[in-house]
Design a protein around this ligand. Sequence first.
Ligand SMILES: Cc1cc2nc3c(=O)[nH]c(=O)nc-3n(C[C@H](O)[C@H](O)[C@H](O)COP(=O)(O)O)c2cc1C
Length: 237
Amino acid sequence: MKILAVSGSPRIEKRSSTLKLVKAVAENTGCEYDLVSLAGKKFTGCIGCGACFGDNICKVKDDLAPLIDKIVEADAYILGGCNFYSTLNANMHAFLERWYQFRHRENDVLWGKPAVTVAVAGLHSAPVAEVLKQFCLYNFIQVTDSIEGLGAANCYYCGYGETCKVGGVYGAHGEGFKITDENIPCVSKDAACMEKARQAGNNLGQILKNGHDRAEATQEVRDALMDMSNKRAKEAH
Ligand SMILES: Cc1cc2nc3c(=O)[nH]c(=O)nc-3n(C[C@H](O)[C@H](O)[C@H](O)COP(=O)(O)O)c2cc1C
């Protein structure tokens, strides 16, 4: 059983709460895993060229090309992204857009595979969790757990955070706050969040080891997608 764990944060490992959470989930699965950080990689989102329609293989040659086999071969996924301007950050969105290559002609590469989603934000992680959930739903991937955590806005590192009136530090703490290593937010300082990540990893590992039924999971996700579509149609009228 092999898991592909991806952190979509563009920040360096030391500062990225997304990477830390994704890693914590992966380490606790008890399964073999590939941990991939998108930081520093050069790639685009889907360009809609349609060259994948015939064989389900993306023809764009950039830093994502070597990951195609890993996506295909993985039995499960851990997908982490962070909040940039109230939605999933562009790097992770672009990476997931490229999974469009697997959608054509009833290709079932992704169907029914289990996944844990990881959403990180300076303040609001829920919009990111929702985008990741929708992505999984559209691709018939079954979300087994969704982890949310708070990381540090760049205002903690920029050098002006204590005095800048439009920054996140001033907004959260007001006048006179002193930034120290201890008070910079990070998921690794949030024991409850790290515990949830460990449990989600353990749960994912158990699901895989107990003989996950992909056909059954696919049907469940299809039903959930239909429910969502019907609900939206009703709301629209
Ligand atoms: C361009 C940019 C926009 C951001 N916008 C938001 C936002 O709208 N809401 C929020 O809660 N955090 C926002 N943040 C803060 C990040 O979500 C936060 O720094 C998070 O910890 C980044 O993930 P990482 O620690 O894995 O790098 C923003 C950060 C950047 C760089």
